[in-house]
Design a protein around this ligand. Structure first.
Ligand code: C2E
Ligand code: MG
Ligand code: MG
Length: 594
């Protein structure tokens, strides 16, 4: 698509004088041929009165008014003292919404002019005699034919309108529509020439935070600067703003492999995402990139865009500032994700997602104290689904709360008999991070317990640190209320998060669960003993019990026991088991400890 500048150039190349008048009959534009016709006089903002005798002005205005009223007028006019012209005038809506007109002088004659005067433009029919009108008509029909077979005013108008529709106003780059057009044209050309090219989706990381922190003007500056830098990249032949903080570009691909492609983009990334100087000082920016290649990945435009977008999604999930190109792995991962997303709601309502139970034992006596309920779902085609993946997807589609509520209710019903007989003392339930900071969470959770007639004192709620980093106050209010009702609170995965000491002090915690990744470094890192000692000291200060998670070996269990851990959980005692299997496990366990 061409820009306004190119459009002006086109108009200047035309041999026909073209002008635009506003509703006050003032000229607001003239192309080069019109400027020449006007003898390069200063006519912009002036009207015909400055150049023509009153009777001509009257005639012009009568015609102009018909055009302003919506009519297209083709008329012979005498202009000035020595020029007869055939002018076509077409209504034109101006940027302020008012109606003006565009005029084009299709042919003109100077009856008394002579080539030696030097003032005869190429498109002027010079006549010495008075039969200029016949000549004018002949000239006109020739010109009109030429004009209509090449570029008509309507086409020019259409091009200008297209230009506006295809441009993003903030960055001046193409928008989605403009980009799709360019991509389609590039593919058409590539089909004939065998050209290869890459499509890249680029996303400014944490753009919302930039906007929130520095204001929208700074946000716009970031978008403009990133857009400009992308245009400056070598081999890039189209850049567009896809929307929000997303850009998309087309780039030439010499015959290089996938690695070189990613490497090239990594260099481009370094160039594009340099800090930006603004009134607020330096703004640090980073971006993620997803790439797809024509024709290697696909030859369909929509799929190319989709694949590049998929690669971007995966890149973003891997952290900030990543460049990834689409491949089979990404394709599989995303179709798997789509399948899970599609089937999860049905699985929840059909109770296909079930709690399994893993024992938590006393470190000293090895007697079972509680069980942790862990979600299990076996998908009919994909097999067992990792609960972390399942909860991430559930969170993404707003199903996590419902899924947890179902699982908690099922677990409370399952575990009731074990609690009643004293086979276990408590049930540990996991909760999705977002729930703890939702205002009515404590009430909903207690209502869940009441519905299943579960004593809150037999429940331990496992929370993770990421849950309250952004909103400690709401988390504390919910947890205080639950704690008062008797629910125990455990901080899960301790040692992997932010170790927010203020949160540890303020929240009503009963247990810290040391993450299995720390337990796994027992035997391979000297520092683990010191670390364990300091965690035990912290536990003493906070008056909480320590649970060591992920105990798989005798070495690990001996280590944590001697370090002073209170409770242990891990494959060494049992993997998570279905209700029936856990029921059998408990029977065997009870006999063994008795
Ligand atoms: P988590 O709460 O920290 O659960 C402990 C994870 O460690 C479980 O993984 C468990 O199967 C695993 N594990 C236990 N013992 C061992 C061991 O000895 N070695 C190793 N390598 N792993 C062990 P799982 O079941 O895959 O669950 C992963 C995470 O998913 C959980 O981590 C929890 O954050 C989340 N999750 C599971 N069920 C639920 C649920 O019902 N609701 C919510 N919100 N999250 C859940
Ligand atoms: Mg847990
Ligand atoms: Mg854990």
């Amino acid at each position: 698509m061409i820009g306004i500048e190119q459009l002006t150039q086109i108009l200047d190349v035309l041999p026909y004088p073209v002008f635009v008048k506003n509703a006050q009959h003032q000229w607001i534009y003239g192309n080069a041929a019109f400027e020449e016709l006007m003898g390069h006089a200063d006519y912009i903002g002036k009207d015909d009165r400055a150049f023509c005798p009153p009777e001509q002005v009257k005639a012009f205005r009568t015609a102009d008014r018909r055009v302003f009223a919506g009519e297209e007028v083709v008329k012979e006019e005498e202009i000035g003292s020595n020029l007869f012209a055939l002018t076509r005038k077409v209504p034109l809506v101006l940027p302020d919404g008012s109606t003006g007109l565009v005029g084009i002088i299709l042919a003109s004659v100077r009856p008394n002019a002579h080539p030696s005067d030097g003032g005869t433009p190429d498109d002027t029919v010079s006549l010495a005699s008075g039969d200029h009108l016949r000549q004018l008509n002949e000239s006109l029909s020739k010109r009109t034919l030429e004009l209509e077979s090449s570029l008509t005013i309507a086409e020019l108008k259409q091009q200008a309108a297209m230009e506006v529709a295809h441009t993003d106003t903030t960055t001046g780059l193409k928008n989605r529509l403009g980009f799709k057009d360019k991509l389609a044209a590039t593919i058409r050309e590539a089909e004939e020439t065998g050209r290869r090219f890459g499509v890249a989706f680029i996303d400014v990381d944490r753009f919302k935070q930039i906007n929130d922190r520095f204001g929208h003007a700074a946000g716009d500056l970031v978008l403009k600067t990133v857009g400009k830098r992308l245009c400056e990249l070598p081999d890039v032949f189209a850049v567009a703003r896809w929307g929000g903080d997303e850009f998309v570009l087309l780039t030439e691909l010499p015959n290089i492999g996938q690695n070189a492609l990613v490497q090239g983009f990594e260099e481009a990334h370094t160039y594009t995402f340099r800090p930006i100087k603004s009134d607020h000082g330096r703004i640090e920016i980073s971006g993620s990139v997803g790439i797809a290649v024509y024709p290697q990945d696909t030859t369909y435009p929509d799929d190319l865009m989709r694949y590049a977008d998929m690669a971007l999604m995966v890149a973003k999930r891997q952290g900030r500032g990543k460049v990834l190109s689409f491949d089979a792995k990404i394709n599989n991962a995303l179709s798997r994700r789509m399948q899970i997303t599609r089937d999860l709601p049905g699985a929840i309502s059909n109770n296909e997602v079930r709690p399994f139970y893993q024992p938590i034992v006393c470190a000293k006596t090895r007697k079972i104290q509680g069980v942790e309920a862990l979600a299990r779902w076996t998908h009919k085609d994909l097999g067992p689904i990792n609960p972390e993946e399942m909860f991430e997807i559930a969170h993404g589609c707003g199903l996590a709360t419902q899924l947890d509520a179902r699982l908690h209710e099922a677990a409370c019903r399952d575990v009731g008999p074990w609690l009643n007989t004293g086979a276990i003392k408590y049930l540990s339930l996991n909760i999705s991070p977002m729930d703890i900071v939702s205002i009515d969470f404590a009430d909903r959770f207690l209502a869940e317990l009441a519905r299943t007639k579960t004593d809150p004192k037999t429940i331990c709620l496992e929370i993770v640190e990421s849950a309250f980093v952004d909103n400690l106050d709401t988390a504390r209010r919910n947890l205080d209320r639950l704690h008062k009702a008797g629910v125990m609170i455990a901080l899960d995965d301790y040692g992997t998060g932010f170790s927010n000491l203020r949160a540890l002090l303020e929240l009503p915690l009963d247990k810290l669960k040391i993450d299995k990744s720390l337990i796994q470094s027992i035997g391979s890192s000297y520092k683990i003993a010191d670390l364990m000692t300091s965690i035990m000291q912290l536990a003493g200060t906070l008056d909480v019990k320590i649970v060591a998670e992920g105990i798989e070996t005798k070495l690990q269990s001996a280590f944590v026991t001697s370090a002073g851990c209170d409770l242990m959980q891990g494959y060494m005692f049992s993997r998570p088991l279905s209700f029936d299997a856990m029921d059998r496990w408990l029977a065997v366990h009870q006999k063994r400890v008795a």
